[in-house]
Design a protein around this ligand. Sequence first.
Ligand code: PLP
Length: 384
Amino acid sequence: MSAANDQGFSTASIHAGYEPDSLYGSINTPIYASTTFAQNGLNELRGGYEYTRCGNPTITALEKTVAALEGAAFGRAFSSGMAATDVLLRIFLRPGSHLVFGHDAYGGTFRLIDQVFTQWGVEYTVVDTTDAQAVGQAVQENTALVWLETPSNPGLSITDIQAVADAVAGRAPLVVDNTFASPYLQNPLKLGAAAVLHSTTKYIGGHSDVVGGLVVTNDAKLDEDLLFYQGGTGAIPSVFDAYLTARGLKTLAVRMDRHCDNAEAIAKHLNASEKVATVLYPGLETHPGHEVAARQMRRFGAMISVRFHSEEAARAFCLNTKVIALAESLGGVESLVEHPASMTHQSVTDSVLEVPRDLVRISVGIEDIEDLISDVDAALAAIN
Ligand code: PLP
């Protein structure tokens, strides 16, 4: 896989989207901390920018880099992954519209659809997106959008993007939340998606210090709508956040390779423990989505979910790691562990998306593998 402009992925993540500026040749994109831009005459813009809610060069640079890495013509940045999700849903859905999404979608996405969009007369059907035929069958006359996540959060299920795109082609646009894979591991536009969403809070930013979202597409009309909603709703990131995100993005490839190395080792290690019921990691040959993942992903990612023999065991594991911090979120350089049923996915309790209470999610970081394995062993030993 390489970036759109035929540069390698790492080269594009460092160079695409920004040329050293003409004033001082700054190697890094300057942080244009300016709400407004001086004009030469009435509505005669100097560099194409007028007011930062409607666009800013620091934000544009980030948008262009992520678009290049996804093989997209257009990219638009948002203040968070949820702001980007909200804007996409507003663009595609109207009162009376129907939406299809996955049975283990991110809890925040489900909550937004279930608690907000249904108030405006939107209906939805939840399906197992790993079954492309079932997704095709769930599409109705009024279906305005099909939404999927692969790998999914926190079930780590793998959906064949191309198969789903084929199953719904000509009937509903497909949006893929590519947060868990990052552009380094998977490029859904090339597999038939109309748009790709990232919570850049995760691998793209990569250092757990900045919240953001981004949408890429090759559809000029959709991009026009994204631009309109970005400024029209004010869901734009701050320029400082855009800078930090772009700074993190430069090392995405090297980070992802180390994330994946560590995750592969930890998944195998957990899989060998009697204290563990099942390891959900697409890199394991026993994972039902292994073959699809091997085909559509560069590597298998660094998110692992583990099912223990009881909720008590799951909680004990979470409470007994030391290097691996007990915290929500994912995709940063540091390893994190969490109990989705009582943390990130509390909002899906008693819904069709309910997460098993014996499941623990690990975001594997880029620390030394020996330290992570010792930490995992200590936490396993604490389970009765
Ligand atoms: N999509 C996925 C798969 C996520 O895991 C998250 C957050 O955890 C989001 C979207 C929302 O992103 P943000 O927290 O940046 O709003």
